[in-house]
Structures are given as C-alpha cells and as structure tokens.
Design a protein around this ligand. Structure first.
Ligand code: HEC
Length: 147
C-alpha cells in the first residue's frame, strides 16, 4: 500500500512537471507570435515600433514648429498607441509584465504624447515620450531574448 502511494506520488510529480514545462514552452511561443494570426512580434517591432518611435524621438529633438510638425508627432504616437492593443491580442501576452508594459505604460504614455502635442506643449511631449519608452525597456528586459 505504501509502495503504491509512493508510485502514485512520483507519477503525480512527473505529470505536474510535464504540464509546467508545456505551459512554459507555450508561453514562450506566444511571446514571439500570437496564437492564430501569422504576425511575428519581431516583424511588428522592426517595421512599426522602431520606425515610429525613432521618428518621434528625432522630431522631438528637432523641436516641432509648424502645424505639420505637431501633426506628425501625433501620427507616430497614434500608431504606437494602437500597438498597445495589438500586442494584447491573439493570445500574444504571456504575463502581467507584458500586460502592464503594453496596456498601461505604452498606452497611457502615447495618449499623453498625443494630448501634449495637441496642446503644442513641447516639454510635456518630451516628458510623456520618456515615460512611454519605459514600456520598451520593461517588456524587453523580461521578454526579449538575447540572440
Ligand atoms: C509588451 C512587450 C513589448 C513592448 C512594450 C515593446 N516590445 Fe519591442 N520586442 C518585444 C519582444 C518580445 C521582442 C523580441 C521578439 C522576437 O525576437 O521574437 C521585441 C523586439 C524588438 C526589436 C527587435 C526586432 C527585430 O528586428 O528582431 C525592436 C527594434 C523593438 N522591439 C523595439 C521596440 C520599441 C522601440 C518599443 C517601445 C516603443 C518596444 N519595442 C516595446 C516586446 C515588446
């Protein structure tokens, strides 16, 4: 009887470990790509996140002057804001760090950039941009694997 209990416990532990490993592998896969759609996270980062964030940074450094300059800031921030929703879709999000970076820091930060640019307040734009880019660092620290 005792022997049987031991065997049963070993089987339970092995089973639990197998499930945990399966979940870990699953979590990893969802970070790099969503569940059903073809988009790889890296594709979006390279083609949408980086160019729009880079352009925003340059335009802030140059100092927006004309109506077109302010409008351009807003356009880039709109795209980054929409990204905060896309990153949460298709079961891509693995945990709270990701969710916080995307749906709080990135979303609120880009919202604040848009509001400040609409008010033509360059100092507030810069401050909001800094806050927004904390999302890149926090998510990458946890989820961007070194190559
Ligand atoms: C919620 C998570 C998250 C946020 C927020 C995020 N990233 Fe990423 N990013 C990732 C992950 C995950 C990868 C690695 C993808 C891979 O290698 O499969 C990545 C990779 C990248 C890459 C490398 C892409 C390549 O060519 O392989 C760049 C550039 C990048 N991110 C830019 C940014 C910028 C700029 C921001 C902020 C404005 C940002 N990311 C915010 C998750 C995030």
């Amino acid at each position: 009887m005792i022997q049987n209990n031991k065997k049963w416990m070993v089987a339970m532990i092995a089973g639990t470990m197998a499930i945990a490993l399966g979940l870990m592998a699953d979590g990893f896969a969802k970070v790099k790509k969503g569940d059903t759609r073809p988009l790889n996270t890296a594709t979006w980062m390279k083609n949408v996140m980086k160019p729009n964030c880079g352009a925003l940074k340059k335009e802030i450094a140059a100092g927006p002057k004309t109506e077109d300059d302010w409008a351009s800031l807003i356009e880039h921030a709109e795209i980054l804001n929409e990204t905060s929703y896309i990153l949460m879709e298709d079961k891509r999000c693995p945990d709270g760090i990701w969710a916080n970076a995307a749906s709080k820091t990135l979303r609120n930060g880009s919202d604040a950039v848009i509001a400040a640019a609409k008010a033509k307040n360059a100092a507030a734009v810069e401050k909001a941009f800094k806050k927004m880019t904390e999302s890149c660092t926090s998510c990458h620290k946890a989820h961007k694997k070194k190559k």
